[in-house]
Structures are given as structure tokens and as C-alpha cells.
Design a protein around this ligand. Structure first.
Ligand SMILES: NC(=O)c1ccc[n+]([C@@H]2O[C@H](COP(=O)([O-])OP(=O)(O)OC[C@H]3O[C@@H](n4cnc5c(N)ncnc54)[C@H](O)[C@@H]3O)[C@@H](O)[C@H]2O)c1
Length: 326
């Protein structure tokens, strides 16, 4: 890709900051818009950071009048599934309605293309695994539905206004910058690998393991962990594809290999050379036994290939990041 100028909304967050790092390494110009509600200014390793809410039409109008972008990446979102069940209004407002404001502003100022952060949560309870993009979408919580609605808006806007987009349906983002400069720091933390590692350091209580009676070889849930730098490379390839005239659409981003919660606990214990403290709890409602991606479309169409597919490597990077924060 030639040197380009990109807008990264939510670029101070976990995944967005790894994309910013990758864009800077490729010598692109980057403007990050993030209200720092969950992100950190220190996670933005280059480019310019504008601390602002993106859900502000007057702000977007002025941004698009004064800057010429070759493309937009949109990560900003509320992301806690359990909170979305208790407070769905917050999720439809922040994830769906706010993105409509962005799409309309992009349409009116002729800005594009867009790469959007979607999620495997749009599929709901899997009817088969590995899950490909033709699997029915039947999100089972407001978080997933708020993202699915955005995907539907994207499709309608592409049809009506020729606004090009790719929605990347991530499975479980994990790992950290191999040099441990940036990594995962959600608050509250809800993701398994940081929770396991922080249970070791004492930053979090013992890890709660929900359910040991699933229909899986060791009885614990199986998930597909994808390194955050591999997610970043998928974004750049998706943008490149759109800039070169590729058709709008959705792509799964996952390793295609599942690991059980027990396997993650064992690997984390080995990497940290200390046992993850665990307490056992019953199943949580709405947790499917197995979520594994079929990401062949991204491999074939975008030319994407994960570089850090090995769970030990993913956890080693997460552990190095975790230790660097003490
Ligand atoms: N982490 C995962 O495993 C995962 C899995 C599937 C999908 N996703 C999606 O990926 C995206 C990024 O996830 P993440 O884990 O990096 O989350 P994150 O919370 O670390 O990052 C989101 C960023 O957006 C910013 N933000 C939120 N609302 C904003 C607003 N109104 N205006 C400006 N900035 C705002 C936050 O400050 C934060 O920096 C989200 O859209 C999420 O739904 C994440």
C-alpha cells in the first residue's frame, strides 16, 4: 500500500492501538479519535490523538472538512456482554446509533472505505463448527445484536450509496505487542487470558471457571484465540482490498483452532511458571460449548495468514505485557 492517511476511531483501545502501531510501522499517517472512556493515550504509539467522542455530527463534519482520509477503521464500542443484557439502551446508543451518525457523515462528505470491528457474537449459538460466514446470524444478546444491526446498516448503505465496507467478525482477541509496549487493559476485565494471568499476579481474584460439563473433551468451553497483531494485519489487508476495489462484505478472523478453558489455564500456568488459582462455578447462561472460526474466506480473498497462531506464544506475549505493568 502507498503511504496513506487513515482515521482510526477507538484507536487508543486494546485492538485499535495494535492497528495504529502496525500502520505507523508501514509509515502511514494516522489520526486517532478516542474519547479515552476505555482507552489510554499512552497506548497510541504514533500518529496524532484527538480526544473526542466520535458520536458528534458537528465534530465529524469539521473533521471531514479539514482532513482528507483514504479510509476509516472503526473500533469504538461498548463491549461487555453481561452489561449489554442489563442495559441494552447503552449498547444500541453507543454501538448502533453512534455508528449511524458516522456512516451518514462519511456518506455526506464522501469519505471511505470503512473497516468495522464486528464480532463472532453475531452468530449466537452455533449450529455447526467451524463457523463460516454463511452460518446464520442469530445473536443472543444486545451486544451481538447491536453489532449485527451495524452490519445490516453497512450493507444497506453500500447498496444505496456505494459506501464500501468490510466487517471483520473477530473471535477471541488475545496476546499483546511482542515487545510488550502495549497490550490488553480492559476495566472491568472480562477476557479469559488476562483474568488467568492477573489471578496469578494477585491483581484479580482466583479465576472463576464456569462449567465443566460441556460436551467437549475436557468438559470446559472451547474458544478460538486470535493474536491481536494478527487482527491488526487483517485490518490492513481488508483496507487494501477495499482501496483496490474489492467488494464489500464480512470476514471471520480467527485461528480456526479451538482451545478449552482448561488448556488455557494449563498453558498460562506453564508460561508464568505458577499455577493459575481457580474456583469452580456452574455454567453461565448463553455460553456456547464451542466457538471456532472458519477463516478461509479471509485467507483466500484478503491473503491473510495468522503469524502467531500458537497458544503458548499468545500467552507468552500477554504475560510479558502483564509483567511490564507491575
Ligand atoms: N476484545 C475482543 O476479544 C473483541 C472480540 C470481538 C469484537 N471486538 C470488537 O473490537 C472492538 C475493539 O475492542 P477492544 O477490545 O479493543 O475494546 P476497547 O474498549 O479496548 O477499545 C475501544 C476503544 O473505543 C473508545 N471509545 C468507546 N466509545 C467511544 C466514543 N463514543 N467515542 C470515541 N471513542 C470511544 C474507548 O475509549 C476505547 O479506546 C470493539 O468494537 C469490540 O466490539 C473485540
Amino acid at each position: 500500500m502507498k503511504t496513506s492517511t487513515f482515521l482510526v476511531i477507538g484507536g487508543a483501545g486494546y485492538i485499535g492501538s495494535h492497528l495504529v502501531k502496525a500502520l505507523i510501522e508501514q509509515e502511514h499517517r494516522v489520526l486517532v479519535v478516542d474519547n479515552l472512556s476505555a482507552g489510554k493515550a499512552s497506548a497510541v504509539l504514533g500518529g496524532e490523538l484527538l480526544v473526542h467522542d466520535f458520536d458528534d455530527r458537528a465534530f465529524l463534519d469539521s473533521l471531514f472538512k479539514t482532513h482528507q482520509f483514504d479510509g476509516v477503521f472503526h473500533f469504538a464500542s461498548q463491549i461487555v456482554v453481561s452489561e449489554s443484557v442489563k442495559d441494552p439502551g447503552k449498547y444500541y446508543r453507543a454501538n448502533t446509533a453512534a455508528t449511524l451518525t458516522l456512516l451518514e457523515a462519511m456518506r455526506d462528505h464522501d469519505v471511505g472505505p470503512l473497516v468495522f470491528s464486528s464480532t463472532a457474537a453475531v452468530y449466537g449459538e452455533p449450529q455447526y463448527t467451524p463457523i463460516d460466514e454463511n452460518h446464520p446470524t442469530n445473536a443472543v444478546n444486545p451486544y451481538g445484536r447491536s453489532k449485527l444491526m451495524v452490519e445490516q446498516m453497512l450493507q444497506d448503505f453500500a447498496n444505496a450509496y456505494q459506501q464500501q465496507y468490510v466487517a471483520l467478525r473477530y473471535f477471541n482477541a488475545a496476546g499483546a505487542d511482542p515487545q510488550a509496549r502495549i497490550g490488553e487493559q480492559h476495566n472491568p476485565e472480562t477476557h479469559l487470558i488476562p483474568l488467568a494471568l492477573q489471578a496469578i499476579t494477585g491483581k484479580c481474584p482466583p479465576l472463576q471457571l464456569f462449567g465443566q460439563d460441556y460436551d467437549t473433551p475436557d468438559g470446559t468451553c472451547i474458544r478460538d484465540y486470535i493474536h491481536v497483531d494478527d487482527l491488526a494485519s487483517a485490518h490492513i489487508l481488508a483496507m487494501n482490498y477495499l482501496i483496490n476495489g474489492g467488494d464489500s462484505g464480512v470476514f471471520n478472523i480467527g485461528n480456526g483452532q479451538g482451545y478449552s478453558v482448561n488448556e488455557v489455564i494449563q498453558t498460562a500456568s506453564k508460561v508464568a511458571e505458577k499455577q493459575v488459582p481457580v474456583t469452580y462455578a456452574p455454567r453461565r447462561a448463553g455460553d456456547p460449548a464451542r466457538l471456532v472460526a472458519d477463516a478461509n474466506r479471509a485467507k483466500q480473498v484478503l491473503g491473510w495468514q495468522p503469524k502467531y497462531a500458537d497458544l503458548t506464544l499468545i500467552i507468552q506475549h500477554a504475560w510479558a505485557w502483564e509483567k511490564s505493568r507491575h
